[in-house]
Each structure stands twice: as C-alpha cells, then as structure tokens.
Design a protein around this ligand. Structure first.
Ligand code: BG6
Length: 472
C-alpha cells in the first residue's frame, strides 16, 4: 500500500503539526517587558549569532498560523517564554507577555490549528541561570509557580508539555559544552540536572492533576537508539552505557517513578569512572512515583541514532556547529566513542539518517514502559542548507521530503504493530534560529528570508499538504 493510502486509513483525529520554540522563532527579545534568558548575554559575547529577529514570530504569528492551516496542518507546537511571563523567573507577572500568548493561542484556535504548549524549551531565565539553573533546587519551586500561573491563566490551552528534551539541555550544557555554561564532561552536573528536571516535571504534573483541569499533560524526551558498530560484548556494553545515560535514566524516572537497579548499575559504572555523583533527596522518588502514572501523553523527538565502540581514554569531543561534514567527534571516558557507520548516510552536521532507529525505539519503549500511553512524535526533521533561487521558484528541499517520508513510514509500521502514535510534528514549521548552529541550518517547511522576514514555500510544505489533506 502506498504511503498516502496508509495515511488515509489513519483515525480522524491524527495530528499533523509543525513545531517551534519561543526563543528560536519569536525574536523581540527586548520588548514588552521581556526578561533575559541564559542565551542573551552569551550570544552577544560569542558574537556569532543574534537571537533577534529570529523568525519574527512575535509579530508574524498570524501569517505562520494561516500558512499552517493552508498547508494542511491541524496543530502547532509552541513554547511559552518563561521570561515573558516572569521577567526574572519569579515575582510579578508581566501583563504584556501574558496578553501576547492569549493573542497567539486565540489565533491558533480560531484557525483550527491546535496549540501544544511547552513551558520550558531551553530558555532558562538569566537570573535563575546565574543561580545554578536546574542544579539549584530553588529553580524547581520557581518553575512550579510559573506552571501554576500558566495553568490558571491560559485555560484555552488543553495540551501541555512541561519540559522539552531534558537530556539535550543537560548534555549540551555540561557534557558537550555547546550551551551555556559550556562545561565539558561535567558528569555530576549533567546527571544532577536530569534528576532535578525530572523532579520539576513530576511536581508540575502532580500539581496539574490536583487542579482538575480539562486538558492533558506530558513531557518531551528526545530519544536516540545506540548500536554497537561491530557486535562485540565490549561494544554492546558501550552502547548500553550510552543508552542508559541518554534515554533510560530519564524514561525510568518519568514512567516508572524510580531508577531501576538495572539502570543504576549502568549509571553508577559511568559515574564511578568519571568520579561523579548523583544526589537524590528523601521524598524525591515518591514524587516521581506519583507522577509516573499520570502523564496523559508522551512527546517523542527523534532525529538520529548513534553507533559506538568501547573507549577507555580521556573524554574529548568536537561539536560540528558549522555544517562541515565529518568534523564532529565524541569520546566519553569509560562509556564509548561515537563512530561513523559507513552504511548510514549523514547530514552536513554529521547526524545519522537512520529511520530504523525510530522504529526500534518505539517498539522498545512500548514494551518496557507500560505507563507510556499515547505517543506524539513532537519533533522530527532534517537540518539542511536550503537554497533560495528567486521569488517565483519553489525551494527544492527533496532530501527533507525523503527524510520525513522514511520516518513516517517507520512510525506507521510501528503503529500497525500496536504502538499508539497519534500525531507527528515536523521540526520545524518555518526556518528558525538553531541554538548552536545559527541560521544556516534550516529545518522549516517554510523558508524564511531572515533579512526581510518574507516566507517562501518549500517543496516539503507542498508534499506535507498532500499527505495531511488525504485525511480530510
Ligand atoms: C531539538 C530541539 O533538540 O532539536 C530544538 O528541541 C532544536 O530546539 C532541534 O532546534 C534541532 O537541533 P539543532 O541543533 O539542529 O537546531
């Protein structure tokens, strides 16, 4: 059966969405009382990229929502910028920020584009970041206050995600060093941040449920499967260690409400080798346990999987943030070395294009975590150097279409075998600012000229419309 026929057979409510994140699209970082995030001064100092005007979504959201509707999308992922609501992360709410999000949500709902809203997407308030960000447990209290405010204020929103990609934030901040505060292989901070973010998620879910609101809540993890490059027991062990650190620790905490002995054996091995430690306070696990059965849905972001071999030298890495193919490397002491699989194509940023990994992950987590209910693929897409030709030529991003098609194929295969995926959000709706790569790594269905802010259609948008429209 063709892809279109299989899509036609999907249930009516299946979600076809485009994804965004506040700091990557809104721009307007200094207007209407917005506070600074951990990125503002960092990007200025670095001098490579500016977050303004990004895709100017703060002013052009209406145009983007109309485009979404026109191109068959029935949903959009957006995030609320914590610092538009509470400029310092706490204190008195900023009414101009509140009003902006009411306008945005209204525009979405008036156009039949359902908003799926994250409370935190990598944009910690600068004030809280300086006090330790997620490593400081006070941050959790402020986050809960912010969430409570949003739940009570934005009653028009019925699909909430607490935090986007807990691992990416912790890993980029403390292992890979390409997000502020740019630590390399600070394993203690990376594992502690993960635990503290999980605790924040759990408290917010427990709060949401206690308020008896009519909506749904969950969180978003990015998952990467990890395979031994050559199947030896040592390489398999390296794959297991990396899988535990990148996926299993967080999945256990979210959906089992505990870190199982199997997981902790791997995590403790990794911590010991790196002289690192994790602190879990009395009562933390009770909160995780309570929340573990209460997630209404799970947002799964998937881009790539990894191939590894065993590695016992010192940790070192090089991050490819320029799109020069073949320049990334990653060696994690006592865990493993990430290597290239010659049979697997890669993007210019060295991300493996491996849709089978998504299928394997979907099957594995459904088996291992019965508390995972409905799954939405909340991000999936291809970073590519799209070429603008002229005003009248549709931008040819065929590699992106291939990428999306191959991944949707795998999702449908998993669905036909009982995995309850109910929606797919392409990353990203329009071209936007990429945290550590700036503006030449584009993902959008719609091309953005960052000088003029004009939107242009890409072939992937036309392809996506055909797909989504088959269900109408
Ligand atoms: C996800 C994030 O990790 O991947 C997005 O949720 C991000 O915010 C996307 O932009 C793609 O990553 P990158 O680094 O290629 O922009």
């Amino acid at each position: 059966m063709t892809l279109l026929n299989r899509v036609r057979a999907l249930p009516k409510g299946f979600v076809w969405g485009g994804a965004t994140a506040a700091y990557q699209v809104e721009g307007s970082t200094k207007v209407d009382g917005k506070g600074k995030t951990m990125w503002d001064d960092y990007l200025k100092k670095q001098g490579r990229f500016a977050p303004d005007p990004a895709s100017d979504f703060y002013n052009r959201y209406s145009e983007d929502i109309h485009l979404s509707k026109e191109y068959g999308l029935n949903a959009i992922r957006v995030s609320i910028a914590w610092t538009r609501i509470f400029p310092k992360g706490y204190g008195k709410p900023n009414q101009e920020g509140v009003a902006y999000y009411h306008r945005l949500f209204k525009e979405c709902l008036d156009n039949g584009v359902e908003p799926y809203v994250s409370l935190h997407h990598f944009d910690s308030p600068a004030t809280l970041f300086e006090d330790g960000d997620w490593l400081n447990r006070k941050n959790i209290d402020y986050f809960v206050d912010y969430a409570r405010f949003c739940f009570k204020e934005f009653t028009e929103v019925t699909n909430w995600f607490t935090i986007n990609e807990l691992i990416s934030l912790a890993y980029s901040q403390y292992i890979q060093g390409n997000f502020p505060p740019n630590h390399h292989f600070d394993v203690t901070s990376a594992i502690q941040a993960q635990h503290n973010e999980l605790l924040a998620h759990a408290r917010v879910v427990n709060l949401y449920k206690s308020l008896n609101l009519k909506g749904r809540i969950g969180l978003i993890h990015v998952l990467e499967n990890v395979y031994p490059i050559v199947a030896t027991p040592e390489n398999q062990h390296a794959a297991d260690l990396q899988y535990a650190f990148m996926n299993q620790f967080l999945l256990d905490g979210t959906f089992k409400g505990e870190y199982t002995p199997e997981t902790m054996t791997l995590i403790n091995e990794l911590l010991d080798i790196n002289n690192a430690k994790l602190e879990i306070q009395d009562g933390d696990l009770d909160e995780l346990k309570k929340a573990s059965t209460q997630n209404d849905f799970f947002g799964l972001n998937y881009y790539q999987s990894k191939f590894v071999k065993t590695y016992h030298g010192e940790s070192e890495n090089h991050f490819n943030g320029t799109g020069e193919k073949g320049t990334s490397s990653f060696k994690f002491k006592g865990v493993g070395e990430t290597v290239k699989n010659p049979d697997v194509p890669t993007t210019d940023w060295d991300w493996n294009i491996y849709p089978e990994g998504l299928y394997d992950i979907l099957k594995r987590i459904t088996k291992e975590y019965p508390n995972i209910k409905t799954i939405y693929i909340t991000e999936n897409g291809l970073g590519y150097k799209d070429k603008f030709v002229n005003e009248n030529t549709v931008i040819d991003d065929s590699p992106r279409i291939d990428y999306i098609e191959q991944h949707i194929e795998k999702i449908l295969q998993a669905r036909s075998e009982g995995v309850d995926v109910q929606g797919y959000f392409v990353w990203s709706l329009q071209d936007q600012f990429s945290w550590a790569n700036g503006y030449n790594k584009r993902y959008g269905l719609f091309y953005v000229d960052f000088e003029t802010q004009k939107r242009y259609i890409k072939k992937s948008a036309q392809w996506f419309k055909e797909l989504a429209d088959t269900m109408k």
